[in-house]
Design a protein around this ligand. Structure first.
Ligand SMILES: [Zn+2]
Length: 258
């Protein structure tokens, strides 16, 4: 990676997350939404009150629109606009996660465009669509586009990179209690979400190998996370993996060699 990833305050005010509807797209949007309401140092930290509420789906400043599968029509966008002018409850930002933004017709999209152009500065919008081509060029021009096929490849979303950096740091230098606390948040991730996080954590650990003061241990940790990532592909439950990762109950866990 080149330099630090953006903190929550530097996240864009609007993203299009394009890709097939499903758990992976949903997990990416949830992680990104969590970053906006995180009050920790490396959003999403996974342990602050904001992150925990987001993970539990009860954060008052994350508003989900279109979850019922109905088209997001112009009335829905106008209602969203009125709501956006009510200040956030407790987070620095208020996030609108629009599940089927591609269903907006031209008038709904134009109403959305006005909100993107001159909505309140604390409001953030995550537009989920099969393809960014489902949205008008004027709407696209106001958003940053994250393509989910790319999220899994060489250009992961900033929130995921931050989270993997936090996890790698905790594994390398964190205390057992800190790891356990972090683990509480991980248990709420689904299989795809945890797999993406572990892939990125392996990358962060590899990046740190050259500069690590204890290369042997860093290498062992990298292998450990890789093994857990493989176990996910063999139908081991994400809850078990998260537990092994953080609680150190797996045989030969390098955390126990300290
Ligand atoms: Zn947090």
């Amino acid at each position: 990676m080149n330099g630090p990833e953006p903190a929550a305050s530097r996240l864009s005010h609007a993203y299009i997350l394009s890709g097939p509807a499903g758990a992976a797209r949903r997990a990416a949007a949830d992680r990104l939404a969590m970053s906006y309401v995180c009050t920790g140092e490396n959003p999403p930290c996974g342990v602050c009150s904001g992150c925990r509420k987001a993970a539990a789906g009860i954060h008052p400043d994350i508003v989900r629109v279109g979850e019922d599968g109905k088209d997001v029509n112009v009335a829905a966008v106008r209602a969203l606009r009125s709501d956006a002018y009510i200040l956030p409850n407790e987070a620095p930002r208020k996030v609108y996660q629009i599940e089927n933004a591609g269903s907006m017709n031209a008038s709904a999209q134009n109403a959305m465009l006005k909100l993107l152009e001159d909505g309140p500065p604390y409001a953030a919008f995550l537009l989920l669509a099969e393809s960014d081509g489902d949205l008008l060029p004027t709407v696209r021009s106001r958003c940053e586009t994250l393509r989910l096929d790319r999220l899994a490849g060489e250009a992961p979303d900033p929130a995921l990179v931050e989270q993997s950096r936090t996890l790698a740091g905790l594994l390398l230098t964190g205390g057992e209690l800190e790891r356990m606390e972090y683990c509480v948040g991980l248990e709420k991730l689904d299989r795809e979400g945890l797999a993406a996080l572990l892939d990125q954590t392996v990358e962060r650990l590899r990046e740190g190998l050259l500069t690590s003061p204890d290369r042997k241990r860093a290498l062992a940790l990298t292998e450990h996370v890789k093994a857990l990532r493989s176990a996910l592909d063999f139908n081991v439950g994400p809850g078990h993996i998260a537990g092994w990762l953080c609680a150190g109950s797996m045989p030969g866990n390098p955390n126990k060699t300290r």
